[in-house]
Design a protein around this ligand. Structure first.
Ligand SMILES: Cc1ncc(COP(=O)(O)O)c(C=O)c1O
Length: 431
């Protein structure tokens, strides 16, 4: 077996890490993970850590779920890969049917992609092309919220409202219209700004794109369901599609299967990913018949878009099994029960020195810490909590000066309590 030291040396020599300053990465002794089971990661020294963010919000069912492992092996043995170009197969078709059974009935067709960014990227392409083919070619612009994060491909990243992610490609990005985030005490103003924008520019706007109820990457920022409800109506009034990006919030994370259920709305286009397959990269974009039908009528009206691995049979088989586990093991109900543990802990954490404010919903809890320099992604305070968390046995990757938990929905209650206790102790120790 390759030793830990060899892995670290190879890593430093050759591996380029996401969202990482090279010098800082090289200066740290990286966490070398060897295996993962349930809510736990194990490193090369045999030390265990609770996976505080479900490995970038993917492992909602925990790691190594035996049913997913079996589904993966079975599908790999039968049909590992075939393109979806002119061919089809059982996993992709059954998955589409089963997905459509768990989303609002206005959604009727599924387009498969490789990852969450792809799911959003194609949603933008679909929206603009659908309008053009419905006789409104001038509807080409998109609206997103301050603080939004919808992925890293150029279109999806253009929607992003987190400045540090955008600086380097500012000149290349689509010019996106931006509306204020509906802060808890500034709802009316934020909605008014959005409504005015839609009224003023609606003829040029293809869609509004939102993360429903909670913005993940910008710091687990939660907003009131009525914003989404009023936004749905404002989109209808302005003749604009509503694209809801459930890549993070979907699959029970907020205590409902889909976060938009908190607002009783339905999207025109729905993007899902991450927990969708829970193991390998695959995502999906679901649309209404009205949108799908706009692409009928010959080759020049086709959606000229596709990724090599879209509809991959292994991904599709996994996604079917994920849905079956959610159904049969009542995962959302489990999440609702455990959400009270998170709520109680964050009420406690709110009183810890250095904590400015806390928030929680479903299986998400977050605390903003007093920044040491400036609030935001570059503040080191979150990383100090991360280091303290590692010492105590939890993986707590921060979002700047926000620290948070978004653990597997299936985490045992004792492990969840331990994770929350570690977070609390790590915040105190980091000051
Ligand atoms: C809301 C949202 N949309 C899209 C994405 C992009 O997904 P991926 O990283 O799979 O491309 C993310 C990733 O965190 C996300 O949180």
């Amino acid at each position: 077996m390759t030793t830990r030291e060899e892995i670290v040396a190879l890593d430093r020599a050759h591996v380029w890490h996401p969202y990482s300053a090279i010098d800082e990465h090289e200066a740290r002794d990286p966490l070398v993970i060897r295996s993962a089971r349930g809510a736990w990661l194990e490193d090369a020294n045999g030390k265990k850590y609770i996976d505080g963010n479900s490995s970038w919000w993917v492992a909602s069912l925990g790691h190594g779920h035996p049913r997913l492992q079996r589904a993966l092996a079975k599908q790999a043995a039968e049909l590992d890969h075939v393109s979806l170009a002119g061919t089809t197969h059982e996993p992709a078709t059954l998955l589409a049917k089963e997905l459509l059974e768990v989303v609002p009935s206005n959604l009727k067709h599924v387009f498969y992609t490789d990852n969450g960014s792809g799911a959003v990227e194609v949603a933008l392409r679909i929206a603009a092309q659908a309008w053009a083919q419905m006789g409104k070619p001038e509807k080409t612009r998109f609206v997103a919220l301050d603080g939004a994060y919808h992925g890293d491909t150029l279109g999806a990243a253009s929607l992003g409202g987190i400045e540090i992610f955008k600086k380097a490609f500012a000149g290349l990005a689509l010019e996106c219209l931006r509306a204020p985030f509906p802060e808890p005490n500034a709802y009316e103003r934020a909605f008014q700004a959005m409504a005015d924008l839609l009224r003023r520019e609606g003829d040029a706007i293809a869609a509004v794109v939102v993360e429903p109820i909670v913005q993940g990457a910008s710091g687990m920022r939660i907003y009131e369901p009525r914003f989404l409800r009023d936004l749905r109506k404002a989109c209808d009034d302005a003749g604009v599609f509503l694209i809801i990006d459930e890549v993070f919030a979907g699959y029970g994370r907020t205590g409902k299967m889909w976060a938009f259920e908190h607002a009783s709305v339905t999207p025109d286009i729905l993007c899902i990913g991450k927990t969708f397959t829970s193991i390998i990269p695959m995502a999906a974009t679901l649309v209404t018949s009205r949108i799908y039908d706009a692409f009928r009528g010959g080759k020049d009206r086709a959606l000229q878009y596709g990724h090599t691995f879209c509809g991959n049979p292994i991904g599709a088989a996994l996604a079917r099994e994920v849905l079956a586990i959610f159904r049969e093991e009542k995962i959302v109900a489990q999440a609702v029960e455990k959400s009270h543990v998170i709520a109680r802990a964050f009420d406690r954490i709110a009183k810890v020195d250095g904590v400015i404010r806390v928030r929680h919903i479903g299986m998400i809890g977050a605390a903003d810490l007093e920044p040491t320099r400036e609030a935001g992604y570059l503040d080191p305070i979150g990383w100090r909590v991360y280091d303290e968390g590692l010492k105590r046995g939890a993986y707590l990757r921060p979002l700047g000066n926000t620290v948070y938990v978004a653990p597997p929905l299936t985490i045992a209650v004792e492990d969840l309590e331990e994770l929350l206790a570690i977070l609390e102790a790590s915040i105190s120790a980091a000051r």
